[in-house]
Design a protein around this ligand. Structure first.
Ligand code: RNT
Ligand code: ZN
Length: 417
């Protein structure tokens, strides 16, 4: 027995004294698939090669060397990232990442064949795919997309939405795992609008048209993502939280909650138990909001732990689909992916190692003193040892060793780009 095994035995005993079975927690974590966002690898650029700047009120800041410049580099980086994560995960692709063989294909004409390489790659790894229409970084997106008052522009984006659902269904069919397609529409206004209603009515109407064709849930699910504000759209966002909460409940769609899309003290962990009383499924964009930015690398902070606790305590692992959404161009992009994804898994393991029944019993007995003391004592349980042991069991390095591997990859691959 080496040191890690010895420490693990002691840690497992400590948890068992609290009534927690470490082995079953690790087995539970084995089943979790996190959807990694392809856009961390290239600052949300995609492969349209049209020199259109990133728009939609989002920004990737920094110019750290090594950004993926083409599909092969991006998939190469993703292979490297997936190999540093314990478990089997998923990939979330934006329509911007279509491969059209150098031909200009308008977004409303995108088809499954343009994602053939991605599908083959996913099947090679045995992983599922998720998808997103891209309602930004396009000349027609300047004054709004699905809520635009110009009918021809609206029509273009409706067709894009319809095309993306078809691609999604094909991804679901060919991978054998349902594909969640997330609609995020950045339409909004920099300054105080005179009419808040009409754009919302048009957005609702456009979505109704896009969703008019039924697609089997076996292959495809529609998700809708709200936002409070974006850069250049500080005063009004058409697709607000109330808009999509209402829409998702009305049409039984998946509600997407992005951790960076609410008021700074508002948290999505508190929304799960409310939304899931009315909806079957929620999609998460796990992210970290910092002041005006909604997309910093996910760290293991209180909110990440709270999100994981809500998912695990309430038995939501099948109903909450966990995706990541951030983009940091100021550090090694691969490290950003690996760190955020591993943090999400860590937080879930931490939650799985919680004696939730005990906490609930204390609360139900009115013993709030005991609840507080238990909550605080749990924070210094030997969680890190269990995590390191879990990584070893999954044949992946611990975090420090992972950093060394990333540095090697930077030297041998990223630095020559
Ligand atoms: C933007 C949204 C959205 C995007 C991606 C690229 O604020 O969070 O999900 O990050 O679609
Ligand atoms: Zn998001």
């Amino acid at each position: 027995m080496d040191k890690l095994e010895q420490s693990f035995q002691l840690a497992a005993e400590k948890y068992s004294e609290l009534g927690v079975d470490v082995e079953s927690a690790m087995k539970q974590l084995d089943e979790v698939a996190i959807s990694l966002h392809c856009w961390q690898g290239d600052d949300v650029s995609g492969f349209e090669n049209n020199n259109v700047a990133l728009s939609g009120g989002i920004q990737a800041t920094g110019n750290y060397p090594g950004k993926a410049r083409n599909p092969e580099e991006l998939r190469g980086d993703l292979d490297f990232v997936f190999d540093l994560l314990p478990g089997t995960h998923r990939l979330n692709i934006h329509s911007l990442y279509a491969e059209t063989g150098g031909k200009k294909i308008e977004r409303n004409e995108l088809a499954p064949e343009h994602f053939r390489n991605w599908i083959d790659w996913a099947n090679g790894r045995g992983i599922g795919l998720d998808f997103n229409p891209s309602f930004f970084s396009h000349p027609f997106a300047e004054n709004g997309t699905l809520s635009n008052r110009d009918e021809a522009v609206r029509r273009f984006w409706i067709e894009h939405g319809i095309a993306c659902r078809k691609i999604s269904a094909e991804m679901g069919k060919l991978t054998g795992k349902p594909c969640i397609t997330n609609f995020w529409i950045p339409d909004g206004s920099k300054d105080t609008p005179a009419d808040r209603l009409a754009p919302r009515a048009r957005l609702k109407d456009s979505l109704d048209t896009i969703f008019s064709e039924e697609i089997s849930k076996e292959y495809h699910l529609d998700a809708l993502e709200s936002k409070l504000f974006g850069i250049g759209a500080e005063s009004y966002t058409v697709g607000s939280h109330e808009f999509y909460m209402g829409y998702a409940c009305d049409k039984q769609k998946v509600l997407c909650l992005d951790a960076g899309h609410f008021h700074p003290t508002e948290v999505i962990s508190d929304k799960l138990s409310a939304a899931l009383l009315f909806l079957d499924d929620v999609l998460l964009h796990v992210s970290r909001g910092v002041r005006w930015d909604s997309d910093h690398v996910v760290t293991m902070n209180d909110e990440l732990l709270a999100i994981a606790q809500e998912i695990v305590r309430n038995g939501y692992l099948k109903r909450v689909h966990i995706g990541l959404d951030y983009f940091d161009a100021s550090i090694n992009r691969v490290a950003a992916w690996v760190t955020g994804a591993r943090n999400m898994l860590k937080a879930l393991l931490y939650a799985m190692l919680e004696p939730s029944d005990k906490l609930r019993d204390l609360e139900n007995c009115g013993d709030n003193t005991g609840r507080l003391v238990w909550q605080e004592e749990l924070k210094t349980m030997p969680f890190g040892i269990v995590w390191d042991y879990y990584c070893r069991r999954c044949n992946v390095p611990d975090g420090f060793q992972a950093l060394e591997k990333i540095r090697d990859y930077e030297r041998s691959v990223l630095s020559s780009r």
